[in-house]
Design a binder for this molecule. Sequence first.
Ligand SMILES: Cc1cc2nc3c(=O)[nH]c(=O)nc-3n(C[C@H](O)[C@H](O)[C@H](O)COP(=O)(O)OP(=O)(O)OC[C@H]3O[C@@H](n4cnc5c(N)ncnc54)[C@H](O)[C@@H]3O)c2cc1C
Length: 274
Amino acid sequence: MSYDVLVIGGGPAGLSAAVNVRARGRSVLVVSNPLEENPLWRAEKVDNHLGMPALSGAELLKRFRRHAEESGVDFREGKVLNAMRMEDIWYVSIGSDMENARAVVLAGGVARGKKYLGEEEFLGRGVSYCATCDGMLYRNRPVAVLGFTDTAKKEADFLSGIGCGVTYFHRPKNCVIRGGSTVEEVTCDGETVQVEGVFLLRPTMAPAELFPELAVESGYVTVDRRMATNLPGVFAAGDCTGGPLQVSKAVGEGLIAGQSAAAFAAEQERKQSR
Ligand SMILES: Cc1cc2nc3c(=O)[nH]c(=O)nc-3n(C[C@H](O)[C@H](O)[C@H](O)COP(=O)(O)OP(=O)(O)OC[C@H]3O[C@@H](n4cnc5c(N)ncnc54)[C@H](O)[C@@H]3O)c2cc1C
């Protein structure tokens, strides 16, 4: 199915955007990691979101999500790896699968943590961000999985299932990837293993990795007052656009981005029917 709007990220910004797309009568799909992996889930108490004091982060997220579900928002669990536009439609890859929409709202929060030494250098030459997409290239070979999410273990199991010899590093702090023309070994927290592939499974990706042409300043997505980015039909909201990194700001920006994306999709539809 083709959607009017696709939202990347199911936190406060993404869910607010999605609810407001539905309020304009447009279809919307939210693609996100599991709710329990959202950073806010760990907040013991959120006291500064208007009208809802003293709720835990988990309770707040569950309420946001319920509201979106009741508004008719579609959901898909998974990690968006990249996006490209062809003939006025955005195609977004989720693992080895695709979804498409007229407009996109980027609401992926902030990508925490630095890149490891060798990560950039060996990307596509042994370094991968998706086990189910690239795993077959490493069938029956030794690989390392650097897992930062609860679902990373499942991806490691997938690799074992296709015959890879998997060394699993759980939330490693310091890694170095080395090799020649391709990856040959990785050292994480003092342990070195000889591998041909390294799978880095983080919950978020930097915005410019998803959209290589996206304008970004100091790591944050550049937006105007409509939350429009420099790319046609791409809007952004929440922590990914910069501080204050707070729930209410994310929800407010999500509302604007959702409305703008819905208006963009409606305009595209009008153009196509002329
Ligand atoms: C411990 C803690 C306590 C906090 N306490 C407060 C507080 O008391 N008050 C307050 O106002 N704020 C608080 N915050 C900040 C608040 O959590 C954030 O400002 C808010 O969650 C930002 O919302 P967001 O939707 O922009 O991003 P996020 O909530 O980070 O949501 C983004 C979602 O998108 C997902 N995602 C990212 N990239 C992809 C991708 N490529 N594919 C699929 N999914 C993707 C992420 O996994 C995440 O689930 C706290 C944060 C933490 C960590």
